[in-house]
Ligand binder design. Sequence first.
Ligand SMILES: [Zn+2]
Ligand SMILES: [Zn+2]
Length: 237
Amino acid sequence: MDTQKEKSGWSDEELEASVDAYLKMLELELRGQTFRKSVENQLLREGPLSKRSASSVEYRMQNISAVMEELDLPRISGYVSAKNLGSGVISRIKKILAKKHTNALRKNIKRTAPSFSLRLVDAHQLQVCDAPLGILSPKQTSATVMRISRALSVKKWVEARSLGICEGCGQPAPFLNAKGEPFLEVHHVKHLVDGGTDRISNAVALCPNCHRRCHHSRDKDEFTKTLYTRIEGLSPE
Ligand SMILES: [Zn+2]
Ligand SMILES: [Zn+2]
C-alpha cells in the first residue's frame, strides 16, 4: 500500500465512493455474476479516487471487508480483511455502511437459501446513526375507531433491520410486494392499543404467520417473549 497517501487522510466522499463500489461488487458476487476487481479499482481512480494509487484503493477495500466481517455481514470473497486501520476510519466506514447497507443487501437475499447469514445485521450500529426516535404515546384520534398514527420511519427502519427475513421464524418473507420488496408486517410487540410505543425498541417485522401467531395463538405470550431474547434492541414495555 502507499503509506504516504494513507497518512494523508481520506475524505468522506472518498470513503463513500469506496463503500459504494464495494457494495456494488458484493451485489454482483452474491448474484453469481462476474466482475473484475482491477477494472473496478481503475474506474474508481478515474473518478472519485483520482488521488489514490491502485494499492491504496485495494487496501481500502480490504478495510471495508474487515468492517463487514466485524458486523457479521457478507463480504466479497476476494478481499482479505485488513484490520490494521485507525478506529476513526472504522467508525466512518460503519456510519457510511449503516446508511447504505441494509438497502443494498436486502436486494440480495437468496430466497431459496434462508440460512444465508444476512439476518445478522448489527442493529446497534444502525441505531447509533439512523434510528428514528419514534413516538412515545401514539395519538388516539377517534374514540370509536382507535386510529393510531404511526411514525412511518419506524416502520421503514424495522423493515430495513429485518433485511427481508421474518424476525419471528427466521425465514425469508413469503413473497415480494408490488414494489418488489420482501413482504413483512411490522408488529408492535406491546400493542399500540395497550399503550405500547411506536419505537424501534417495540417493533418487529414478521411474516403473516408469525404476526397472526403473536395475536391469536395459544402460545402468543411465550412466542412474544422469545422475540425479546432474539432481537437486539427490543425492550419490554
Ligand atoms: Zn415468521
Ligand atoms: Zn400486530
